[in-house]
Design a protein around this ligand. Structure first.
Ligand code: HEM
Length: 151
């Protein structure tokens, strides 16, 4: 259990922490300092480097989470645990959608110098990352409140 929980929380720290930095810090500074022609290729390069870590985190979180759910918790159906496993799985599906669609659309649009298409793709990525960041923070708060009996 301790190895699974450690893997689980390392995945959460890398993924949710990375989304927090990208959305709250990096995005603001880049918007201030760079035009879309410079900003979007830079963001694509940043996603190229961050997404492999997200893949590792998503696989680690799901594998450790379901292992703990089916071994340690067996039939336990506490709200916080059900909420975390359902919404955590939804977050993984949202990331797979980002990777499969707007991320590749952004790369193709920049290769074809189609700035309007690139701007549309980055807008969708930003909205979905904000959704996943909000859900990740909500899961963390509800899990800790629920597990330690604060509601
Ligand atoms: C990105 C989404 C997720 C976040 C942010 C998250 C967050 C957390 C946190 C903070 C804990 C530690 C609770 C504690 O021990 O104090 C935890 C434990 C756990 N998580 Fe997740 N989790 C996520 C996804 C999942 C998924 C998808 C599952 C199941 C499929 C899951 C199942 C579990 C289980 C079984 C535990 C052990 C509970 C315990 O500590 O006794 N989690 N998670």
């Amino acid at each position: 259990m301790s190895i699974a929980l450690t893997l689980h929380l390392l995945g959460v720290i890398i993924w949710v922490g990375g989304m927090f930095f990208a959305h709250v810090i990096l995005r603001g500074v880049l918007n201030e300092m760079l035009e879309p022609q410079q900003r979007l290729p830079l963001l694509l390069r940043i996603f190229d480097s961050f997404f492999p870590w997200v893949w590792a985190s998503v696989v680690g979180i799901l594998a450790s989470g379901y292992w703990m759910l089916f071994t340690v918790y067996e039939t336990e159906t506490a709200f916080w645990l059900m909420f975390m496993s359902a919404v955590g799985t939804l977050m993984a599906a949202i990331f797979i959608f980002i990777y499969a669609l707007p991320y590749h659309q952004l790369a193709n649009a920049l290769k074809n110098h189609d700035m309007p298409k690139a701007v549309a793709s980055i807008t969708m990525i930003r909205q979905l990352i904000l959704t996943n960041l909000s859900l990740g923070l909500l899961i963390t708060v509800l899990t800790l409140f629920g597990k330690y009996g604060l509601f």
